[in-house]
Ligand binder design. Sequence first.
Ligand SMILES: [Zn+2]
Length: 114
Amino acid sequence: MSKKEKDINKGRGYKVPTCRMCNSKWSWSQAMKQQMKLKSRIVCKYCGHRQYLSEKSQCKHAVLSIIIAFSLIWVFNNTAVPIVLYIIFFILGITLLSLTSPFLMELSSEKEQL
Ligand SMILES: [Zn+2]
């Protein structure tokens, strides 16, 4: 593990999703897999209990999606670049959103709606 990675792991702001029932910490890839299922209901692989995305976490996801969507729209409206670049920016935006979402993921043992 590089020094930078160690700093990230102990650094402030870096949080991994933690199961509310058994307190197991999920790795980035586990969180990512759960997100890929695109369900609000998530099952902890350590204890098998149902977990849900917390209201705070759903809110962070929504805000991040809006920021990325608006940045893309702004880029589209204010630059004269070929359509291929627009598509690349769009894919990058989606990728960025999915890669960062496990860090924003917060689990709750009860279903919370925005
Ligand atoms: Zn658990």
